[in-house]
Every structure is written in C-alpha cells, then in structure tokens.
Design a protein around this ligand. Structure first.
Ligand code: SER
Length: 597
C-alpha cells in the first residue's frame, strides 16, 4: 500500500478521474442551500442532488471533487479514537453517463494500481436484492472478472448495501462497497466485511444510483442511471499509513500537539486526557469549518448554530478539564486553518471571523461554566447521599437555563459520575418554562398573540393552517414575516413578491377550510431544534427559541416550531375567510382573515 498524506490522496484521486474524462468541480458549502431536510452537507453527492435527478450540470456529466462534510449523528461518540464530526469526502459522478461496467474496473484500478493495495487484501459487498429490486449479480460478475474470487464477494441486504437518500426523499440505490482486510484475526465464524470488530476496513463506496425515493416512501426506478462514489480521506490515509486511528495522522497530529502544549501534556501520555484532547481537536476543527464556511453561521440556539454552540461549549469544558487557562480555542483554530487553508481558501478569507466568534462564545460560556459545575457537584453530592442516581428534569433545566449547559453536556457530566438524567422531565420543565414566559409576556407578541382566549387560540391555529396552505399554493419560498392576532381577526405577513390572484386566495381558503372540516388532531412535542428541522417543521423566528423547541403538528397538514397555545382539534374552529390581501412592504404581503362561526 502506498503511504499517502491527505494532500497526496486528494490530488491522486482527482487526477485519476480527470484522466477518465471527468471535470473537477468545487466542493460546496457545508451549510446546504435550499435543503431543509438536513442541517449540514453530509456527502459529496448532496449538493449534486438536482443533477442526479436530471437537471443538466454546466460542467458536463462526468464530475469529480472533494467535499467537506459534517455528520452530527454521533457527536457524543467523539472522544474515542475513531469518530469525527467533520471529514473530507472524495467523489466521482456519472450523471446518466457511464454505469457499473466502467465504474467497477476503475475502482479496482484505482485501489490496486494507484493506491497499490494488494488485490488479495480486497473484499467487496454487493446488494442481495429484495422484493421489487433485483439481486446485483452484474456487479458481482464484474468484480469477479477483475480477479476478486467469489468467496470475497459478499451479497448483503439493504441495511448494508443500500445508500440514500441523503434526506427524506431523493436519489438512492444499491451500492457496492470495497473493504481492506487489516490482517487482524476474525472475531468469529460470521466475521465478514461490515463486521463491527474492525477486521475489515471500508475504503470506498460506489452507489449505483438507479432509484428515487418519493415522499410516500416508494422507490421509483430512474431511466437515467447515475453513479455516486465516496471515499473518506481521513480514514483512508490512516489505513494507508498503517495508523490505528485518524487521530494519529498528519491532519490531526498538529492540532493535538497545540492542545498538548496548552495543557502541558502530550497526546498518548494519559488515556483520560487523550479523550478530552480528541474532543477538542475534533470539535474545534468542525467549528472552524462551520464558522469559516462561505455560508458560515454563528453560534445560536437553533439549527446549525445550535450544533456549533454544542461543539464549542463541549470543547471549552474539556479544555477546562485539561487545566487550560484562559481563552484557547482561537489558537487551536489557527492550526486548523494552517492545515486546510489551501484546499479550502474560504477558511483564510474568514479567518478573523472564526477567531472572533470562537472567542466570544468561549468567553460567554466560561463565565457560567464554573458556577454551573459547582451547582452540578452540589446536586450530585446531595443525591448521592440519598442514594439517588438520577438528575431530575428540573435540575437539568436549571443547569440549562441559568448556566447555559446544553442538555447533552449535562448528560455527559452525569455519565462521567455514574448518574442518569431524567430527559423527559427536562422536556417537561422546558415546556412549562415556555408556558410561564408566555404568560408573563401576555400582551406582548410572543407568537404574535395578545391574549389566550378561545377565539385567539383558534385564530392562532388558523395562522398555522394559513401558513401551510400558502406554502402549498404559492411555494415554499413563503415564510412568515410577522403575525398579530386580536380576538376578532388574524393578520399574517409573509414573503411573496406578487399580489395573489383571486383564484389563489380561494384555493388557500379552501385548503384551510378542508383542514378544519377534516377535524385534524393537533399534537405538541418538545425536541431539539435540529430534530425539529429534521422532521420537517417550519421554523423561522430563530432568535426567539430556546435550546429545545416545541413543535405543533396539525394532522398531516402543518408542522411548525411554536410556543402555542393551539386548539386540540380543528373541527369547531369555524369557517375561514380571507378579508384582505395587500402589500405590507417590499417583497412582503399581508393577509387579514377571520373565523366565522
Ligand atoms: N453518497 C455515498 C456515501 O456517502 C457515496 O458518496 O457514502
């Protein structure tokens, strides 16, 4: 195997596919544009979804690139030697051009000739098929014709050999994955590629993208077949370099070195300290990519900003655990930018912003962290005395509300001490707090509500129905810009450039009235902003939200982040009627409407 650095692998991969007629394109922002189904770009194919679905790409139908990706699914596992929240993915795409016959020989050529992986160390998996989707014997035969013996070609089910879609809907298909045998002994007779014991290392994934998943959950075969491949840089260089962990490669070592200097320790000196060092290295690397992105966001209580806040606060806490004094995050970020400024010049363009934002958030949290930890110690001290090993929802909420501890941080602290957290109780305390602050703000405009009478409550639910109906009739560019409710009427401002036609107005009224006569059930749940976005909830007033949000769902008609209150069933709200549709300001329209009994 050729021992390669990240920079070398990046270049070899791109050059290889350029030599096969591909055009190199720039990777996209890590914050997806126009895709509410995910918070971050999670794969190289993600920004290419419209093209995989048929839109013409200006650079042609054979593309290659490297893409910064963020996967937040297992933030809490970061700290072990393997997990990362941010990684680079190499990829190549056929947009309705070549398919398996070309891709499998190229994969074999790249792995064995360019990376010089001995063929006998390679195993592959292919899709075993299921009802309606055939077994992929064609790929198996192609691999076999390359020289992979049948005993190293594994047919696997959907859980292992199906990729996508990236969000809820979109392009997807069976895949064929390539594994390197690390030479470690098998963990048992059933050990095979994909086994969690780590004997087999997945190096590359070729997605044979022939399907599209619909909103209804069906898989529709596409006439125009595509190829989407992905190879993770950090993992691949680790195996090529014979390193046990991505943290031992040249992309993480300089970051760990500076953390070690700040903490007066060396990586690999002390296992417990190593965990904190890896958490800081990973989290600040990812934070630098989020802040320094071309569409970078700042720490906040919602969406991507909330993930960023969680990462930074967790890093601050582990810095303190290591005994680092004063602000240090910008010093870590500086190393990240030195490492990645070349392939990602936007990091250099936004360098000052990265340092300023990191330091501001760090200072803000440092003020309360110590007091919060003392509070935590006190809580657990008394609980321990009583033989209780669970932190109540109310206590977790106090840590959140008074000391800015994201619930995930409290859970981590608790786990370290052998405690659990009553998460459900936390959610309840959170919801109750929202209720209280709403009562306290009665007469003001939280949720645009002036009072909580039966009539205003019904009008509030009508506002959600109106919002959803407008997005169905006019398009999803419609966003709430303001709302005001009196016992007599609702007023709703929303983004839309043109005057609505009388037909559109009628259509919206009909949709709302249909939702009312269907007597839909209104339900309320508490969840993290990230989960709310993932579940497709409409959420626009970001600055108002706490770190958990309540999501109101009206049947299958509407899902919105909102503080309530709402009716329980739409049935007896009355007849919805739009009185007026007029301009409010540039690009914003205003509707006044009533519920007639
Ligand atoms: N989309 C596939 C993956 O993420 C291949 O790029 O693995």
């Amino acid at each position: 195997m050729k021992s390669l650095t990240a920079n070398e692998l990046r270049k070899l991969f791109i050059d290889f596919f350029v030599s096969k007629g591909h055009v190199q394109i720039s990777g996209a922002s890590v914050i997806p544009e126009n895709d509410p189904t995910v918070l971050f770009t999670t794969a190289g194919m993600h920004p290419l979804v419209p093209y995989l679905l048929g839109q013409e790409h200006p650079a042609g139908n054979r593309l290659t690139d490297y893409q910064k990706c963020i996967r937040t699914g297992d933030i809490d596992s970061v700290g072990d030697p393997h997990h990362l929240t941010c990684f680079e993915m190499l990829g190549n795409w056929s947009l309705g051009d070549y398919f398996k016959k070309e891709m499998i020989p190229w994969s074999y050529e790249f792995l064995t000739k360019v990376l010089e992986i001995p063929a006998e160390k390679l195993s592959v998996t292919v899709f075993e098929g299921e009802e309606g989707i055939p077994r992929d014997t064609e790929s198996a035969e192609l691999w076999h014709s390359m020289g992979i013996p049948y005993e190293r070609i594994y047919f696997m089910p959907r859980e292992d050999n199906w990729w996508g879609p990236a969000g809820e809907t979109g392009p997807c298909g069976p895949d064929t994955e390539m594994f390197i045998d690390t030479g470690r002994p098998a963990c048992g007779p059933d050990c095979k590629p994909g086994c969690s014991c780590g004997k087999y290392f997945e190096v590359w994934n070729d997605v044979l993208m022939g399907y599209r998943k619909t909103k209804e959950g069906q898989y529709v075969e596409m006439d125009r077949k595509c190829i989407d491949t992905g190879m993770g840089i950090e993992r691949t260089i680790a195996i090529l370099q014979g390193k046990k962990s991505v943290y031992d490669t040249e992309v993480m070592q300089p970051i760990l070195k500076v953390i070690g200097e700040l903490a007066g320790t060396n990586y690999h000196d002390d296992e417990e300290k190593d965990v904190s060092m890896r958490i800081i290295a990973d989290h600040i690397r990812t934070s630098t990519f989020i802040l320094g992105d071309q569409r970078g966001v700042s720490p906040s209580n919602v969406g991507q900003g909330y993930i960023l806040r969680r990462l930074i606060r967790r890093a601050v806490r582990h810095g303190k655990k290591l005994g680092i004094q004063g602000s240090f995050l910008a010093k870590v970020a500086q190393v990240v930018i030195q490492l990645y400024g070349e392939p990602y010049p936007e990091l250099r363009d936004n360098e000052q912003k990265v340092y300023d934002e990191l330091t501001a958030e760090e200072e803000k949290f440092s003020l309360t962290l110590e007091k919060g930890e003392k509070q935590f110690e006190k809580m657990t001290f008394f609980l321990e005395k009583q033989g209780v090993r669970e932190i109540s929802g109310g206590s977790a909420f106090k840590l959140y509300d008074t000391y800015g501890f994201p619930i995930e941080l409290t859970k981590e602290l608790a786990e370290e001490k052998g405690f659990t957290v009553d998460e459900k109780g936390f959610e309840e305390a959170f919801a109750k707090h929202q209720e209280l602050s709403r009562t306290a703000e009665a007469g003001q405009f939280k949720s645009g509500l002036g009072d909580h009478s039966e009539q205003t409550t019904a009008l509030h639910t009508a506002t959600h129905l109106l919002h959803a109906a407008l997005r169905k009739v006019l398009g999803t560019h419609v966003q709430q810009k303001g709302s005001n409710i009196t016992p007599e009427r609702l007023r709703f401002d929303f983004s839309h450039a043109e005057k609505m036609t009388p037909e559109q107005i009628r259509e919206v009224e009909d949709l709302v009235n249909k939702a009312i006569s269907d007597d839909l059930k209104v339900t309320c749940e508490t969840m993290s902003p990230a989960e709310a976005v993932e579940k497709g909830a409409v959420a626009f007033f970001s600055s108002k939200y706490g770190e958990q949000v309540t999501v109101y769902t009206v049947g299958d008609f509407s899902k919105e982040v909102c503080a309530g209150p709402h009716v329980e069933h739409t049935g007896d709200m009355g007849h919805f009627h739009i009185l007026k549709e007029e301009s409010s300001s540039a690009g914003v329209r205003r509707i006044k409407a009533v519920l007639e009994k």
